[in-house]
Write a protein that binds this ligand. Structure first.
Ligand code: NAP
Length: 519
């Protein structure tokens, strides 16, 4: 039997009971390790995090906590090569796709370390100016943001075991809030290995960082009112979390990043063969194939003017036909596996469902796999569907979490806006046009229903950051179906881990509030 990866809670490594759940290589089908969270004393674990980790972190200034993030990043950089080996084995990703996760994590940690250093020797933040409450100005109110005295529980999805952990942990630790990480079981090895390296290096105070690998059972029950939960995953699990007693009765703050039918939109000015048209084709192909389409931000719906539908379908399909799929150990392979055979089944079922409402413009199932056994490997070729009549609600509703997108024609721009909105709130939409003014107006029109609008005009064709790339400077999250969450966006992310309070008093009292003093 393979190694049972231990959990790190209450300041020590602890094995779960029972045989555990196997982690598999999604290409070869071999067992790599096992995880179990059974039998852990989570009450004690959470108490240790709050009392030891939280107190130690809050005693530090933002700049000192930023120093911890830099030290964490250094530890991870020193072990970077091994993380690529783990990602290859446990996520079945090519080196380029593993880098999106691993280097994305390092980049995000580095950014928060820099931003945190600039916050200096403060331990809490002021929020706005003091305002008078008494007519003569003698009695005033000032808002403060202080770190919550609870813990941050992170429940993550399988697609970003590295970035998913650190994009949440960086702002939490910088805020002075200890972290309990629960990676998705299927790909937990990478997150566990990273935490193990950080713990072994001794760069964080005891209780600042813990990890639980295996079932999520019982994770929410010990939560207390000042704890927070940040969840990334499916809408169904999100609903379970939202209705838990800890949230409903104890007001535990929750951030939800769920699924999303993200759009790419070719604006009416862009004809086939124009630079904007070509940029849309590039981006759709990239989004469908990076990480085998297993990105919450990936393009799922592609809107083009009706007159360009055939040309867009042909151009995207021609590019997809060149994508080699299979074992990422083979250098000829451009797209590796899905995270598990279970995901493979779910993606195939999703394609079958969409095919009932759409035509197939490029059939990934017809692509022979390179160096991989189709009976074992969780590999699936990229599939472009097209819904020429545009009325099928399933294409606006069913998220197939793989290399799958649907091309949709629109009549005029209001029709395009209406169809984009059928997604019921998304993480991101990208716009392709040569007309900067039209782009600005359209982006603003969609801003209420999207977390991010990514505008690609020819002048940024070579420099834009990518439709699906989540940059720490910009907001990540989206309203409605996307979960209603907000992450990243620079220092905005710190607000989730702080409590806002109004302090009312005489000028002398408010003037005595010093962010460099204790919180
Ligand atoms: P999932 O099944 O909801 O699992 C997500 C996490 O929740 C896993 O760690 C899972 O643990 C845990 N979990 C399962 N049942 C739970 C429960 N009853 N209480 C608490 N936690 C529980 O989602 P997934 O299949 O891993 O991820 C794919 C989905 O995530 C897609 O729909 C995708 O769009 C979405 N996603 C969204 C974002 C975003 O930022 N918006 C990013 C990535 C993915 P186990 O693994 O142990 O079951």
């Amino acid at each position: 039997m393979s190694e049972l990866l231990p959990n790190y809670v209450a300041g020590r490594w602890q094995a779960g009971t029972g045989p555990g759940t196997p982690l598999l290589d999604p290409v070869l089908g071999t067992e790599l390790a096992r995880v179990s969270s059974a039998g852990l004393d989570l009450e004690a674990a959470y108490a240790h995090a709050r009392e030891q980790g939280g107190a130690a972190l809050r005693a530090l200034t933002y700049a000192q906590r930023a120093g911890l993030l830099a030290a964490v990043a250094d530890v991870l950089k020193a072990n970077r090569d091994r993380y690529f080996d783990i990602a290859l084995a446990n996520s079945g990703t090519t080196r380029r796709d593993s880098a999106v996760d691993i280097d994305g994590a390092l980049f995000t940690l580095g950014q928060y370390a820099r931003w945190g250093a600039a916050l200096g020797d403060a331990r809490w933040m002021v929020d706005g100016e003091a305002v008078p409450l008494a007519k003569d100005g003698s009695f005033r109110s000032r808002h403060v943001l202080v770190p919550t005295r609870g813990l941050a529980l992170f429940i993550n999805a399988f697609n970003f075991p590295a970035w998913g952990l650190w994009e949440k942990a960086a702002p939490a630790l910088l805020s002075g809030v200890p972290v309990i990480a629960k990676p998705a079981t299927a790909t937990a090895w990478l997150a566990q290995a990273m935490v193990a390296d950080v713990i072994a290096a001794g760069v964080l105070p005891s209780g600042a960082l813990s990890i639980v690998c295996g079932s999520a059972q019982g994770l929410l029950s010990p939560l207390q009112p000042f704890d927070v939960v940040s969840f990334t995953g499916s809408a169904d699990t999100a609903a379970t979390i939202r209705s838990h007693d800890a949230v409903v009765r104890r007001s535990v703050r929750v951030n939800i990043e769920a699924d999303s039918l993200n759009s790419a939109l070719l604006l009416p000015d862009a004809q086939p063969g124009s630079p904007a048209f070509d940029l849309l084709v590039d981006e759709v192909v990239r989004e469908m194939t990076v990480k085998s389409g297993q990105k919450c931000t990936a393009i799922r719906r592609v809107f083009v003017p009706a007159a360009s539908y055939a040309a867009a379908g042909q151009a995207i399909a021609a590019r997809l036909a060149q994508v080699t799929v299979g074992n990422p150990r083979n250098e000829a392979v451009r797209m590796g596996a899905l995270a598990s055979r279970q995901q493979w089944e779910s993606v195939r079922a999703g394609i079958a469902e969409l095919r009932r409402h759409a035509e197939v413009l490029h059939d990934g199932a017809a692509t022979p796999l390179v160096d991989a056994d189709p009976a074992v490997a969780a590999c699936v070729g990229p599939t472009l569907l097209g819904a020429a009549d545009g009325t099928a609600s399933a294409v606006h509703d069913v998220e197939v979490f793989g290399p799958v997108a649907t091309l949709l024609p629109y009549g005029d721009l209001p029709d395009a806006m209406r169809q984009v909105r059928l997604g019921q709130g998304s993480l991101v939409a990208s716009l392709y046009t040569g007309d900067a003014g039209l782009a600005a107006r359209t982006a603003l029109d969609l801003a209420d229903s999207h977390g991010r609008l990514h505008v690609v005009t020819p002048e940024v064709g070579a420099t834009h950051s990518g439709h699906g790339n989540v940059m720490p400077m910009s907001l990540h999250g989206g309203p409605g179906r996307a979960g209603g969450g907000e992450e990243l966006g620079g220092l905005r992310a710190l607000q989730f881990y702080h409590r806002r309070a109004a302090i009312q008093g005489a000028g002398a009292v408010l003037d005595g509030l010093n962010p460099s003093g204790g919180a």
